[in-house]
Write a protein that binds this ligand. Structure first.
Ligand code: 26W
Length: 816
């Protein structure tokens, strides 16, 4: 019997303690009384890891035996959040661990808080990938996540004089107990070089790529446990190393310094996560990252995951490679190359298989966020792939000509190769042509993809287009982060809702139960106090635990319109200080912001500085008697989200309609009993449909209205001129009221750009937004009515479990 010892199968407090002490002594090499907090954290993590490993090995054995169709989720980002608590929850070892540590006089919570979260993602897209691997495991789907083990994740944000400063995220500083490196399974990846023609004995023509440099990819495995179901899936992240040959060649040539430099160049590939969200920079290193992880993953799947003698013609029976946005799309020509150049397949056979195994998820609508790679960069780095892309395009355009004879304009529009401003490969088009399916991430988004962004393609391949509305994992974002609410729910409707979230519907009648509402408010109030405690300790920010928590947390981007939120705050302040609004009529509120700006995104950074300036002024103004507060804790991340979201009363989802593909924070807030003030955008549309208009504060232009106004010529200045509250707010900012009299730098550039251009029409929606906020205050004034709405938000949001998203992917895309 080669299976793991059954001693680790089940734990008692005694066995757990024994294993833990063993890890302290033999894993960390210290006595317990000399062990640091980190020693204890690592020992605890390894105790849990050992328990998980038994199930993981079992899962792998079953998978090898059954050979079922699997899913490979390919993503450049996995924004996982801390692992220890989640793994305790999934294994149900939380209580045993607590009791065991209690007996040893160790505080479990303190150990959990030592963990540095792996921030290997930017925002929504990366967090979605993390929710999806959680749900894949919980839904018992054979699957593997493929990505990059960045040495530095998303930067740590600090404020210096209110301005964002970025610091490297050294998440591996104290070592990570969760990863399992397998250098023996390293994969070699080529870059650069030339393509040559050659003929075999039979005279058949072939192409051969001779790269001029190589990098080694070392896989690091992470275990992804399903929720209490015994399944543990794999997340495999690749780390770049210099190849031996690479080093030695230079070294032997006598240049030690160059040899080391070469090593640095290779290892740079997985060094750092690109912090740009939505605006691709077109940097060569980024393309290297993309090709690196995708090439490693395909080779790994074909050579290591599949049985040795597997006939690749049957690949579609065994796998779908789900492409998370365009970042992994270079996998398409890589699979073609693998089949044609390395295995001698005919083009047509390779293309038939390729078209069946890939599916593409689009996460954006902003044209500037669609990745394109200049042909000369791509050709220099991956010459064979460029050839293959050209040929895919030729055959595709031939198809277009057949379907639409004489329509030259359409041909140019649809070409995978753009000619302007520089000859480039449009990765979204390549993915659409190659993929069996293309999906958007919310109903509205998928519809706009079909009707606008990819309309020519939808006309040609209507069967490819589908929707899968995003979801979030109720494990991390309810059970783990909101234990009080979870206990209240379980008491009311029993267990089971954590993996069957539609069961939250059973809470509906309790919205009318005064005692239940009281207890629900008690939970919120507890969570607000917990959040207040966390930001007091973490950031030195003081807030009242009784004020409404009004939260806007997401990447800083103009289309998301943090500036609109700011105009509302400034307008309130202006009306109070000018005497138009009596203080007694002001609802006590804490405006919470959490947002990182891409380091090169100047306007976003100015907006952060302005939020902080407004916050400083308002928070210091004693005449407000503490009724309004602005709290902007730096470095918003998954860990902070876990205490903020359960505390929130109001969720701000105020993007310009037609711009936010889905949003997922919106779902987390609703599930934790916050009401949404939002535009008709992304998944807000579906949230409102489900919770009902009476429990959602809708405002502003919808997408057709935005389009019409854009078409008829939007002039933001007219709103400034005609709305006196808006004018007063903008004038107050411009006067330097929040910047110690300084009217220069970011103050003038932000106000001028809003008044003169306002790319995302914040001014056009200002009045509607302020009105919506007044409806918010009126509703809040009736705490019973508010709580009823909050309970209904929870009860009616079960649809937004990522378990449901995964089931939709299974039914509509993977048929696994
Ligand atoms: C550097 C290039 C680049 C381009 C786009 C990096 C990252 C992106 C992502 C597509 C940005 C992103 O995270 N999009 C968000 O994806 C979420 C999950 O589907 C959606 O909920 C958000 O609406 C969408 O903005």
């Amino acid at each position: 019997d080669t299976t793991a010892p059954s001693a680790a199968r089940e734990h008692t407090v005694e066995s757990f303690t024994r294993e833990f002490l063993r890890e302290v002594n033999f894993g960390q090499g210290v006595d317990l009384d000399r062990a640091s907090t980190n020693d204890k954290y690592l020992a605890l993590a390894r105790t849990v890891r050992a328990y998980l490993t038994t199930r993981w090995l079992e899962t792998l054995r079953t998978q090898r035996r059954e050979q079922k169709k699997a899913v490979a989720y390919m993503s450049a980002e996995f924004l996982l959040g801390r692992q220890l608590e989640n793994n305790l929850l999934a294994t149900d070892l939380g209580e045993i661990a607590r009791d065991s540590l209690d007996l040893l006089g160790i505080d479990l919570v303190e150990l959990c808080n030592t963990e540095i979260e792996p921030g290997l993602g930017n925002g929504g897209l990366g967090r979605l990938a993390a929710c999806f691997v959680d749900s894949l495991a919980t839904e018992n789907v054979p699957s593997i996540g493929y990505g990059i083990r960045y040495e530095y994740g998303i930067f740590r944000q600090r404020f210096e004089d209110g301005r964002q400063v970025e610091e490297p995220d050294e998440w591996l500083r104290l070592g990570s107990p969760w990863e399992m490196p397998h250098p023996e399974n390293a994969v070699k990846v080529g870059f650069g070089g030339r393509v040559e023609a050659w003929k075999d004995e039979s005279g058949r023509a072939h192409r051969r790529w001779s790269p001029d440099w190589h990098v080694t990819g070392v896989p690091y495995n992470y275990m992804v446990p399903g929720y209490r179901n015994g399944r543990v899936n794999t997340l495999r992240l690749w780390s770049a190393r210099a190849t031996q040959a690479f080093d030695l060649a230079i070294f032997n040539a006598g240049d030690y310094t160059d040899a080391v430099r070469a090593q640095t160049q290779a290892e740079n590939i997985s060094k750092v996560l690109y912090p740009e969200d939505s605006t691709p920079q077109g940097k060569e290193l980024r393309l290297q990252q993309q090709y690196f992880f995708v090439a490693c993953s395909l080779r790994d799947f074909v050579e290591k995951v599949l049985p040795e003698d597997f006939d690749l013609h049957r690949l579609p029976e065994r796998i779908t490679f789900q492409l998370n946005d365009t970042h992994p799309v270079i996998a398409v020509p890589e699979l073609m190359r693998l089949l044609i150049d390395e295995r001698g397949w005919e083009w047509a056979d390779a293309w038939a298989v390729t078209q069946k195994v890939f599916a593409y998820t689009c996460h954006t609508l902003l044209p500037e966020a669609l990745e394109v790679w200049p042909v000369d960069l791509l050709g220099r780095l991956l010459p064979r792939h460029l050839e293959i892309i050209y040929r895919i395009n030729e055959e595709f355009l031939e198809q277009v000509r057949e379907a639409f004879p004489g329509d030259m304009l359409r041909e140019r529009h649809m070409s995978i190769i753009a000619e302007e401003p520089v000859r480039s490969v449009r990765m979204a088009y390549l993915a659409t042509v190659a993929g069996a399916k293309v999906n958007g991430v919310a109903e509205l988004h998928s519809q706009l993809l079909r009707d606008k962004v990819l309309s020519d393609f939808a006309e040609m391949f209507p069967h490819k287009f589908t929707n899968v509305t995003n979801g979030v994992t109720p494990r991390r974002f309810m059970a783990l982060s909101n234990p009080r609410l979870s206990a209240l729910i379980t008491e009311a409707i029993g267990e089971g809702w954590v993996t069957d979230l539609e069961r939250l519907r059973e809470l509906e009648p309790l919205a009318d139960d005064a005692e239940f509402r009281r207890r629900f408010r008690e939970v919120k109030s507890h969570n607000r106090a917990r959040f207040a405690g966390v930001i007091a300790e973490r950031d030195g920010i003081e807030i009242s635990p009784d004020a409404m928590v009004d939260a806007m947390v997401k990447r800083l981007h103009e289309y998301k319109r943090q500036s609109l939120k700011l105009l509302h705050i400034v307008s309130l302040y202006e009306r109070i200080t000018s005497g138009a609004l009596p203080l007694a009529d002001v609802t006590p509120r804490t405006f919470v912001f959490g947002a990182k700006a891409a380091p090169g995104y100047v306007r976003a950074k100015e907006t952060i500085a302005l939020i902080n300036a407004v916050g400083r002024t308002i928070n210091a103004d004693a005449s407000l008697e503490g009724r309004l507060k602005v709290a902007f804790p730096a470095n918003y991340n998954v860990t902070l989200a876990e205490t903020l979201i359960p505390a929130a009363d109001l969720s701000e989802q105020i993007s310009q309609a037609g711009k936010e593909a889905s949003g997922t924070g919106n779902m987390k807030f609703a599930l934790n009993g916050a009401l949404t003030v939002g535009t008709d955008d992304g998944a807000n549309v579906e949230i409102r449909q489900l919770v009902g208009d009476d429990h959602f504060f809708l405002f502003g232009m919808d997408e057709p209205a935005v389009s019409d106004l854009q078409a008829s010529g939007y002039r933001s200045a007219s709103y400034y001129e005609q709305d006196k509250d808006l004018r007063a707010a903008l004038d107050m900012i411009a006067s330097g009221a929040f910047t110690g009299g300084d009217r220069g730098s970011f103050v003038s550039s932000i106000t001028a750009s809003l008044i003169e251009r306002d790319r995302f029409m914040a001014l056009a929606d200002f009045r509607a937004y302020v009105d919506a906020q007044e409806r918010v205050e009126a509703h809040w004034a009736d705490q019973e009515a508010w709580t009823r709405s909050a309970v209904l938000n929870v009860a009616r949001s079960g649809y937004f479990s990522s378990d449901r998203s995964i089931r939709d992917y299974l039914a509509r895309i993977w048929n696994a």
